[in-house]
Design a protein around this ligand. Structure first.
Ligand SMILES: Nc1ncnc2c1ncn2[C@@H]1O[C@H](COP(=O)(O)OP(=O)(O)OP(=O)(O)O)[C@@H](O)[C@H]1O
Length: 350
């Protein structure tokens, strides 16, 4: 399943002209305030009509200005979750969850599975006013899923929550990404949310798509990574938990070699997304000896730009933040073999 968007729209302060594809998984729409993220998702949801273009979901035209197609929101099969949960206050959680089934036959058949997935069972008889912000958002996500959607739109779903509530709801969003085979469009200002959830990123600027592609590729691109926030740039590396060592450290196999992680609650065989920040990598031309850092991987320089060195680590790319002086002293040019000393590795969730 995938969503294809190619639309244009003029507002007094916005000249919107965006085109991108959102495959199954989480596609983050990321960009500064006012760049047109909400306008784009509102057009996709059918809440505003763009001046021209096409929006196609799984081969079905939702909007096509040439063919005069403009499906109403309820016919688009899109579940929406906004910053405020927008639940019906006079209804219980169960009634809120069952509401979309009134309009779509068969939509309620997944009720038990979705209640279980989002752990909504204990809340079913409560009214929204008695729920925490996180519980309300979980209910809103459940209700969106129970409309039997072909696309889920989440517009800043965590923005109204404090950090503790955000932390509480994140694992549910990760579960959603991994278990629900749908494209999920996720609008956010938060780099941390994008790094943790996104599989694809659409970087927007002033009504245009500056770049779109897999998150792993954007993070390891010295030109693009700074647009996500330079401090956050680096790498997102996938690995598989191999074993827990006698000292409690967990050994994770990656295509570049093994990494050791502390304080990790993970089982052998489990796949992990690991995040390495650009400033956590030190480069050495020789294999380092007598270092306290545990994780040293062989690498090859693939590009150098503005204090960021792009490396090939196994079959993946990573960025290291290196001063221009070190680039010169170490002679780091494309093709140079080196060693990446990784000071710390974190699960992508932290
Ligand atoms: N209905 C409207 N009428 C006129 N201008 C609008 C309308 N909706 C949005 N705009 C303008 O379009 C621009 C983009 O707004 P939009 O909400 O899409 O941005 P955004 O990227 O989602 O921003 P934020 O991150 O702050 O939510 C803004 O300048 C806004 O004032």
């Amino acid at each position: 399943m995938s969503l294809s968007v190619d639309i244009r729209h003029q507002f007094p302060g916005l000249d919107l002209n965006v085109a991108f594809e959102a495959p199954t998984g989480v596609t983050a729409l990321f960009g500064p305030s006012g760049c047109g993220k909400s306008t784009t998702v509102n057009a996709i949801a059918g809440l505003m009509r763009p001046d021209s273009g096409r929006i196609v979901l799984d081969g079905r035209a939702l909007y096509d200005s040439d063919r005069r197609i403009d499906l109403p929101p309820q016919a688009r099969r899109i579940g929406c979750v906004f910053q405020d949960a927008r639940l019906f206050p006079h209804m219980t959680v169960a009634a809120n969850l069952r509401y979309p089934a009134r309009f779509r036959k068969g939509a309620a058949r997944d009720f038990d599975r979705i209640v279980e997935m989002l752990a909504l069972g204990p809340l079913l008889n409560r009214r929204p006013s008695t729920l925490s912000g996180g519980e309300r958002q979980r209910t809103a996500i459940g209700r969106a899923l129970l409309s039997d959607p072909q696309l889920l739109i989440m517009d800043e779903p965590l923005a109204a929550l404090d950090d503790a509530r955000k932390e509480e709801i994140m694992p549910w969003l990760e579960r959603l990404r991994d278990e629900v085979q749908l494209p999920i469009l996720y609008v956010s200002h938060s780099v941390a949310e994008v790094l943790r959830l996104a599989t694809t990123v659409v970087l927007m600027q002033k009504g245009r798509v500056a770049h779109s592609g897999p998150l792993t590729q954007i993070l390891a691109d010295p030109e693009l990574a700074p647009q996500l926030g330079a401090r956050e740039a680096g790498a997102l590396i996938t690995g598989t938990v191999e074993a827990r060592e006698a000292d409690g450290m967990v050994r994770v196999a990656t295509s570049a070699g093994p990494l050791l992680l502390a304080d990790l609650d993970a089982q052998p065989g489990q796949m992990l997304r690991l995040r390495i920040l650009a400033h956590e990598i030190i480069l050495s031309r020789e294999a380092p000896v007598g270092l306290s850092a545990l994780n040293v991987l062989p690498a090859t320089v693939t590009a150098v730009s503005d204090g960021l060195v792009q490396l090939k680590l196994g079959d993946q790319k990573a960025l290291a933040q290196v001063t221009p002086r070190s680039v010169e002293v170490l002679g780091l040019t494309p093709g140079t073999p080196c060693f990446a000393v990784i000071k710390s590795v974190a699960m992508a969730r932290s």
